[in-house]
Write a protein that binds this ligand. Structure first.
Ligand SMILES: *Cc1c(COP(=O)(O)O)cnc(C)c1O
Length: 375
């Protein structure tokens, strides 16, 4: 089946629907017939099933990945003005959640592949005793060094919220993503590896106190009906989205991840153009390849994307503006530690190639041909 006018798309929702449509309609009927639309059985069953898949004790469904990070930080006791170390190279939501939770973002540079540089992070924790919270991001689906992260957590008594919105199902050696942070946060935005047909997110934790705190916070801060203990928000995962996730999407996730990995291997082996450098994960990182990022010379990026488009190949930029350079932060306090040289190179020269699970072999070959004959 061909969609998107014969172009190779970054995401192909027509093919997704052709596959999952019947399961989605059945799930929708089940919710409709139940007559229960908010915080019912579908949400609690999905939370249980997703916790098992993710090797954590508790999952709390919420309205978005942004909210999941905020709920996570607040449940760890973040106080207004507390500093939070994070990366300048991510979706803006990572930092927005820190600011919304009352934290002061502290940025340090990434490594040359775009992941938070844990050497620099360690220097920051060493120098600043007030910096004891961290929101690391498993960018592109590449899992950060979890052994190292855990060592930092122990040494500096860190409270960590892992942003795993791009890395659901990923591993570092045999450790699951989300297993080091006291809390992890993910998103079910439609383009994510586990995407709903609308917005959604989840907090993952094995700490019963964090679980209880997040359940309160997502539901107006209620501890019991009409009893409000804290200033919460309305951030509930819909029954409908939970039903689609557990009945149509989560069962397909292992197959989706496998296909993403096959495509990534084909690209890693097949890209021979010396002007195009794949941003590969560390060898111990079993990436789930949310994106397939490459780096080209900044002065030629537009020409590269134009060339791909002329060959019918879509592309994206993740992300072209560093978070501390965003206008929204102009009147917000934040800190930048050292220079952000690696992140700046990526912001200026990174390009994402198509890698969704419905890409077929002919399309993978087309992407490779377009990349390799660019000069
Ligand atoms: C998508 C994403 C978010 C935000 O998730 P939403 O559900 O869109 O709020 C946060 N962090 C990262 C790394 C993301 O990719």
């Amino acid at each position: 089946m061909s969609t998107g006018n014969g172009n190779v798309l970054l995401n192909d929702f027509a093919r997704l629907w052709a596959d999952i449509g019947p399961d989605v309609l059945a799930a929708t009927s089940a919710v409709g017939e139940s007559g229960w639309y908010v915080l019912g059985r579908e949400v609690s069953e999905f939370e249980r099933e997703f916790a098992a898949y993710s090797h954590v004790d508790h999952v709390v469904g919420c309205a978005s990945g942004l909210d999941a990070i905020e709920l996570g930080l607040r449940s760890l006791g973040l106080q207004p003005g507390d500093k939070v170390l994070t990366t300048p190279m991510s979706a803006f939501a990572t930092t927005l959640a820190i600011v919304r939770a009352g934290g002061v973002p502290v940025f340090c540079d990434t490594d040359q592949n775009g992941l938070l540089d844990l050497d620099r992070a360690e220097q920051a924790f060493e120098r600043d005793a007030q910096l004891r919270h961290c929101v690391p991001v498993h960018l592109y689906g590449h899992v950060l060094d979890l052994d190292r992260l855990e060592a930092l957590q122990r040494r500096y008594q860190l409270r960590i919220v892992e942003d795993m919105a791009q890395a659901v199902g990923g591993h570092w050696r045999s450790r699951s993503v989300g297993s080091v942070g006291q809390v992890s946060a993910t998103s079910f935005y439609p383009t994510k590896n586990l995407g709903a047909l609308g917005d959604g997110g989840a907090v993952l934790t094995s700490d019963a106190g964090v679980d209880a705190a997040c359940r309160r916070l997502r539901d107006y801060g209620q501890s019991a009906k009409y009893i409000h203990d804290v200033i919460g928000l309305n951030s509930r995962l819909d029954e409908l989205q939970a039903a689609l996730l557990r009945r149509a999407l989560l069962p397909r996730l292992p197959k989706f991840t496998q296909r993403r990995r096959e495509i990534a291997q084909a690209y890693l082996q097949g890209i021979t153009n010396a002007k195009v450098r794949p941003l590969a994960p560390p060898a111990e990182s079993a990436s789930v390849w949310h994106l397939f990022p490459v780096l080209v010379d900044a002065s030629q990026r537009t020409a590269f994307c134009d060339h791909l488009r002329a060959r019918g190949v879509g592309s994206g930029l993740h992300y072209p503006v560093l978070i501390p350079d965003q206008k929204a932060l102009l009147n917000t306090s934040f800190e930048v530690i050292g220079e952000l040289d690696n992140a700046r190179v990526l912001a200026a020269g990174q390009v994402s190639l198509p890698i969704h699970p419905y890409l077929d072999a002919a399309e993978v070959a087309r992407v490779l041909a377009a990349v390799n004959d660019w000069s």
